[in-house]
Write a protein that binds this ligand. Structure first.
Ligand code: MN
Length: 482
């Protein structure tokens, strides 16, 4: 895919050859941006962006980033991240200008006058989000989320610019103090990665997750990275062999398909390990295969062909084409026993589905130029409208927050203590888990529990919003039955 290729090229450290210090790695200049824009915008639009650049460079003149480079390289990088997603020209201009209201004497009215109401609105929206003080999701208040949501709902491009801003800040986090790094990484992990995920932007989600993980748990991150590169050669050969065999088989049946092997991102490997509570040795599916075809019909035919070629692992097939995910994601997922019996994950999708899978709501702009529909955009807007209605109807901030968190963090539940404090637990947690989550002493001495004053057994699985009371007795102690 051309876009991925562009991103990969940008990330390559070009500085080592020139002998500059590593902080300047990947520093973006206007010609880099123009080059990408010319691939999909018309000359008039490119010119408008260039005008925004001149304005931004002038406004930020003399300002430097913590890493020492001229400030303008930051907004340019943000613009390039969005250009790789093929965002429209007002978004690119707004990305270049996204910090001028906050960090320079520039007024919103000036932007409206010079670049139009559209650009001014976007820059203003991004500046409003910047003023919201987020802590982690436990501390994030309903009011903050509400403000963010309102900014997003007005124009979804606002949050796309904000996410791109966060990606670039995360990429250049090394120049900050360790405590600042940790705080920003935590916030990214708790707020921005889940929002990117909810908007179906998997490429961004994965980068945000990996970068946060790297700064929050540097030791675990590098251990997993080492392990992956140790196995790379071996596993890759296995995947390559299966990949070739699949390619040959598909060629024979006359289906035009692109079959690629891919390595999963570090955080998702870690999460899989957590889920299985397995040691590093059992670190499974690092490599996977993706098959891209032209039509939905071919997806199912390919599925039949590869299940005939390799035995599928029972219970691992998922049809996200017939039943797409809430954010519009579509693909067939299956797992095969590969050439040497190792299991290999496979995704099958059409080219359109692939673009949606990579860029979620941002796929809207690519579709727009082709005059087609954009389901993720429609779904995201519906989601936002629903949330805002809930917020208006309930009038109760904590109820609203709970609703939103259920959407953003589907693998977690939020329950209440008798005092009304919120506790976060993994999905599937029991009343006993809740008792231990409050205090190990309460866990050790609990004899029963109540949900909304009704007695429940300790192994009872909790639901979102449950109000739980734990009953304890001094004499009680943990039993092996648990
Ligand atoms: Mn910024």
């Amino acid at each position: 895919m051309p876009t991925t290729a562009v991103t990969a090229r940008r990330k390559e450290p070009q500085s080592s050859k020139v002998g500059r210090p590593p902080v300047f790695t990947g520093q973006v200049v206007i010609s880099d941006l123009i080059e990408v824009l010319e691939e999909y915008l018309d000359p008039k639009e490119v010119k408008a962006v260039y005008k925004a650049y001149l304005f931004g460079a002038d406004a930020h003149d003399g300002q430097r980033r913590r890493s020492g480079e001229a400030f303008i390289s930051h907004p340019l990088s943000v613009a390039l991240i969005l250009a790789d997603m093929r965002l429209d020209s007002p978004s690119i201009s707004a990305a270049i200008l996204h910090d001028v209201i906050e960090d320079t004497p520039t007024l919103r009215e000036q932007l409206a006058e010079s670049f139009g109401e559209d650009v001014a609105l976007l820059v203003d929206g991004v500046s409003k989000i910047d003023q919201i003080e987020f802590e982690s999701k436990e501390h994030a208040e309903a009011e903050n989320f509400r403000k963010m949501l309102l900014a997003m709902a007005k124009d979804i491009r606002v949050i796309l610019i904000k996410l791109a801003d966060r990606i670039h800040n995360m990429r250049t986090l090394d120049s900050l103090r360790s405590d600042q790094r940790k705080r920003i990484a935590q916030q990214t992990f708790d707020i921005y990665a889940p929002i990117a995920n909810r908007l179906g932007m998997y490429t961004w989600t994965q980068e945000l997750e990996d970068l946060s993980f790297q700064h929050l748990y540097p030791k675990r991150y590098s251990a997993i990275r080492k392990e992956i590169s140790k196995r790379r050669g071996n596993r890759k050969r296995v995947v390559d062999r299966s990949r070739l065999k699949i390619t040959e088989e598909l060629e024979e049946t006359g289906i035009n398909a692109t079959v690629v092997g891919r390595e999963k991102n570090i955080y998702s490997v870690y999460r899989k390990m957590q889920d299985r509570r397995g040691p590093m040795a059992e670190m499974g599916g690092i490599f996977a295969i993706r098959i891209i075809v032209s039509t939905v019909d071919e997806c199912y035919r390919v599925l039949g062909i590869i299940h005939n070629l390799y035995k599928p692992v029972p219970g691992m097939f998922k049809d996200y084409i017939a039943i797409s995910k809430a954010n519009g994601y579509q693909s067939l997922h299956t797992q095969l026993f590969g050439t040497f019996g190792q299991s290999i994950e496979v995704q099958i999708r059409t080219t359109d589905m692939h673009w949606v899978a990579e860029s979620g709501v941002a796929s809207h702009w690519r579709y727009k130029s082709q005059g087609g529909e954009a389901p993720p955009q429609i779904l995201a807007n519906r989601w936002l409208v629903d949330l805002i209605e809930t917020q208006q109807e309930s009038g109760n901030p904590s109820e609203f927050l709970e609703h939103l968190k259920t959407d953003l963090f589907p693998d977690e539940i939020y329950v209440f203590t008798p005092k009304g404090d919120i506790k976060k637990l993994p999905k599937g947690a029991s009343a006993l888990d809740f008792a231990y989550a409050i205090h190990s002493d309460i866990g050790n001495h609990c004899i029963g529990a109540k949900i909304s004053n009704e007695a429940i057994p300790l192994h009872h699985v909790l639901n979102n919003g449950d109000h739980i009371e734990v009953l304890t007795a001094r004499s009680a102690c943990p039993t092996p039955l648990w």
